[in-house]
Design a protein. Sequence first.
Length: 352
Amino acid sequence: MNSTFPYTAGAEESDVGLQQFPDSQEGVGRSSAQTWAEAEGYLRRAQRILAITHLSPDGDAIGSLLAFGRAMQSLGKSVTMACQDSAHPRFSYLSGVRDFHQNGDGAYDLLVSIDASDLQRLGTIFLPVEHARAPMIVFDHHITNTQFGVVNVVDSNAASSAEIIFKLLRRMDIRITAEIATALLTGIITDTLAFRTSSTTPDTLATAMDLMRAGASLPEITRRALVLRSYDSIRFLAAGIVASQLEDGIVYATITRKMRKELGVKEDRGDAGLVGTLITAMEANVAAVFVENIDGSIDVGFRSEPGYDVSQVAFEFGGGGHTVAAGCTLPGPMRDAVNRVLVRLRRMIREK
Ligand code: 5GP
Ligand code: MN
């Protein structure tokens, strides 16, 4: 990590991984040796790769995409790294993010999806007609992954996609530069909230150690990716906390466009880490934050106490995520979205 670190403060809470994959769901546990071999075969043969991560990218999405892109470039391949939405300025210390594209135009012989649980999460980057002839391979760690690739390296036991990319690089004997190490450790730090989530394993820590040895700075990454935030976002968070309600183990808050405007918040997406803050209430089993988008749709973020599964709830509403951290987007108006979700969450708590 260099010492210049241009910093612009930011706000969103990162996503959180999970620990156990329920036995009741098949096919999304650990990937087999054969799956890994197939993925490697596709990558070795490819010349022009379009690597895509999910919209509203978090640190794991950004770090994993950048590390993968640089690794494949080091093998002499042409790689376009793409994401529908731009990276939050807080990740500007990953200077390679400036090479990200916001469209998927071009001719490719391989598509690679990273940290996305379904095709919709790739947003406008995936072009069904133009990309029809290129196979897609998937690297992900979401329990709700829909296995939309021809090869799916999906490991829901991994706390971050960064750990899966690290494994890939080791397997392919690709040198882990300081840039790659910094990108991958960013993914681990953001998805584990600096090793505090139930998804954190001995493997997570071992990988982090290797990445530090390869030149990644743990304190700098933690500070930039996780700790520092804009003053705006602190005010946003405070308003959200004050507006929140706690009922029968459910703590929730709604953020309307009007509220955002009144607070003078410049950013038009994200919850500034509100849902992650609300779930720290001892009285809560589950937290939900409803954010009204510019187009009137409602982004819903979920967090749960271990033992409660919000990935299922989010999945039923067309979204996805991890057991204890998930999300979905619902049509407005706000009141309808809130009612639908609260009914479902009450059932989840009752049925526990
Ligand atoms: P966050 O609340 O941090 O934005 O998201 C928590 C987790 O849920 C992340 O793993 C994220 O990828 C997932 N997630 C959030 N929103 C959606 C969504 O609309 N669709 C899907 N498939 N996953 C989502
Ligand atoms: Mn992730």
